[in-house]
Design a protein around this ligand. Structure first.
Ligand code: GLU
Length: 468
């Protein structure tokens, strides 16, 4: 075990209100890689306080997606719903310290206030009625009303941070009002939980989507009021679809597990996501080991990254070629089983993978190619009419009698085919193409001697006998 570098601790903090989508996966990858790069700790935190929208299925989908990608966490998963006592404790401390206060303004009063401010073209904000100030006399709390708790946000100065991606950001405190940190029923609000967690968990670098930029000044003010260290922040720009609009369900596969379903290898998706908004020179293909070695926050672009399905397909083809045959064989087995083809013991799917892995860019395509090895295909009438001529059939009969006793190694099979060519006076394609149509239901395939060897004598003879 190498000692952990306590100076870097990152987290991925998804809300389980849907699947782990591709944007979330990129955020997770960057936070994970930053921790790994610095020998630090990567925390997984499930932000499940929105009880109306959080579901156990979504939690599971996030855990599955992280596991499929291989983004292992060192700590957690922490669940915010299990930390309620702690949030309430901190709220109590803030009330006692005077950095937060009870507010009894009712919803109706807030609505009226907002309408008034909007009519005056002012930004809607809480008017500070219940905010304690020295020398100010507060109204008498109305009876029977449960107050909310508001944070006493500083009124002067600016909140500023050097965003690791976007550069310096400054917000005037006058722009921020005293936001609610606990609702009337006592439940803490989103920004508050994030702050207590980042503090308690010792997070040093918050890497997240830039939809949270507006929360950051509030979170920094809260951390400072608590006397907690302020982490560094890096906000990642959004991902656009192939067509340049915000990535959404319309663009097809947005859930990470959908990519598995659609035939992508996790290393292709990871490599692809690694390049989505980050670069290391012109490097396009890198392993995760290499990525972790290179990864930094300085080379993240602050502009939106555009999704490019063609590039992902290209990477997928690359990683399929590199993948181990036995592993690809398991993918074939799993994918064919989904189509109801359960028995893929023989021929060995790993051998079929070896035949096809250079020719496909997708695991489903690979499984589709393997299908004909397990379920005898029916060539279309047109294909048969075109290729199974009388001359072809008599050549295949000649071949069949030789194959009945030939050794089924590619070398011997190659020689056997040549013997048929010599006996019939035909050229290789005139025999090989009809043979493919009979064996696999289509005129193209990898080298026919290898196809014969993988399919095996019994099945080859059976298919030939059926066709002739
Ligand atoms: N739970 C938030 C989300 O899923 C992320 C919060 C954060 O990273 O600070 O968008």
């Amino acid at each position: 075990m190498t000692a952990k570098n306590h100076s870097v601790k990152t987290r991925f903090a998804p809300s389980p209100t849907g699947y782990l989508h591709i944007g979330g996966a990129r955020t997770a990858l960057f936070a994970w890689a930053y921790a790994r790069r610095h020998g630090g700790t990567f925390v997984l935190r499930i932000e499940d306080t929105d009880v109306a929208r959080s579901t156990p299925e979504a939690v599971q989908a996030i855990l599955d997606g992280m596991q499929w990608l291989g983004l292992a966490h060192d700590e957690g998963p922490y669940y915010q719903m299990q930390r309620m006592m702690r949030y309430k404790e901190v709220i109590g401390q803030m009330l006692a310290a005077g950095t937060a206060y009870h507010c009894y303004t009712s919803k109706e009063e807030l609505d009226a206030l907002r309408a008034e401010q909007e009519a005056k073209k002012e930004k809607p904000r809480y008017d500070g009625t219940w905010r304690p100030e020295s020398g100010k006399t507060l109204p008498t709390p109305p009876s029977g009303i449960h107050p909310v708790v508001r944070f006493k946000n500083p009124t002067a100065g600016v909140v500023a941070w050097d965003d690791q991606v976007k550069g310096r950001i400054e917000i005037a405190n006058a722009e921020l009002d005293d936001f609610i940190i606990a609702r009337a029923d006592g439940t803490p609000t989103y920004n508050f939980c994030v702050v207590v967690d980042d503090w308690d968990m010792g997070i040093t670098h918050v890497i997240r989507g830039d939809d949270h930029v507006n929360n950051t000044p509030r979170q920094i003010n809260l951390l400072e009021a608590l006397g907690a260290p302020v982490p560094r922040y890096g906000h990642l720009s959004m991902i656009l679809g192939d067509d340049g609009t915000k990535l959404s369900k319309r663009h097809g596969a947005v859930s990470v597990m959908q990519y598995d379903e659609d035939g992508y290898l996790p290393e292709a998706v990871l490599n692809y996501l690694g390049r989505l908004g980050w670069s290391h020179g012109d490097e396009e293909i890198f392993s995760m080991t290499q990525f972790v070695e290179w990864f930094d926050l300085d080379h993240i672009t602050s502009s939106a990254a555009q999704f490019n399905t063609e590039k992902l397909n290209w990477l997928n083809a690359h990683y399929i070629k590199l993948a181990d045959d036995a592993r690809l064989g398991q993918e074939i087995h799993r994918r064919l089983a989904r189509q109801g083809v359960e028995n893929t013991a023989s021929p060995d799917p790993g051998e079929i993978a070896a035949l096809y892995k250079d020719r496909v860019s997708n695991l489903n395509e690979l499984a589709d190619s393997a299908h004909a090895f397990y379920v005898a295909p029916h060539a279309s009438a047109e294909l048969k009419a075109q290729h199974l001529t009388e001359a072809a059939k008599s050549a295949l009969k000649d071949l069949r009698s030789r194959l009945a006793s030939a050794d089924f190694s590619p070398e011997v099979l190659g020689k056997t085919l040549k013997e048929t060519l010599a006996a019939t006076g035909l050229k290789m394609p005139q025999v090989a193409i009809p043979l493919r149509v009979v064996l696999l239901g289509q005129p193209q395939s990898p080298a026919i001697d290898r196809v014969l060897a993988v399919l095996g004598r019994t099945e080859v003879l059976r298919r030939l006998d059926q066709a002739l």
